[in-house]
Design a protein around this ligand. Structure first.
Ligand SMILES: [Zn+2]
Length: 166
């Protein structure tokens, strides 16, 4: 990050940009914060089990990291002559997929696939105010492991966390 900031500061065209014009860079850094733990958990899976799985875990983490970064190389050589704007869009979608995939992988490694599928498909929330069980609405705000959403029974908005999900 420090190196990138130093290099950006040396380029007059980039140095004159306002902070909010670095949104794409900020998004990429945030996705990196999720993707790298995803790679690391694969290596740790191998380290924990040892033997040939150690090799698969470490090699798997390295291969996945390479695959995540490979489109950056393709964009820099303008593979297929798509142009930088098209490659930038492809790269952003690609990175979001890696971020979502890593978040799912971390959830599965932590809680198991059955619990994750249950949380995503059939889980109900116990309202902290009226005590009714309700399906989570699409309308709501996600803040890490917390969510601000309305109860479909009493219509009151409240904060819920994983402990409120049945
Ligand atoms: Zn309620």
């Amino acid at each position: 990050m420090w190196l990138v900031a130093k290099l950006a500061g040396q380029d007059p065209a980039i140095a004159k940009l306002a902070f909010y014009e670095f949104g794409g860079f900020l998004n990429e850094r945030l996705i990196t914060c999720v993707a790298h733990p995803g790679f690391t958990v694969i290596a740790l899976w191998g380290l924990q089990r040892g033997g040939i799985r150690l090799v698969f875990g470490i090699a798997g983490a390295m291969i996945l990291h390479f695959l995540a970064n490979f489109p950056i190389f393709l964009m820099n050589i303008d593979f297929g002559g798509l142009g930088k704007p098209t490659w930038s869009a492809i790269l952003m979608v690609w990175l979001i997929c890696w971020g979502v995939g890593s978040a799912l992988l971390l959830g599965v490694m932590h809680a198991g696939i059955e619990r994750i599928v249950h949380l995503m498909m059939t889980a109900k929330v116990k309202c902290p105010e009226c005590g009714e069980l309700y399906r989570q609405p699409l309308l709501g705000g996600n803040f890490g492991v917390w969510r601000y959403e309305p109860c479909s029974a009493c219509r009151k908005w409240h904060w819920i966390s994983l402990k409120d999900i049945q």
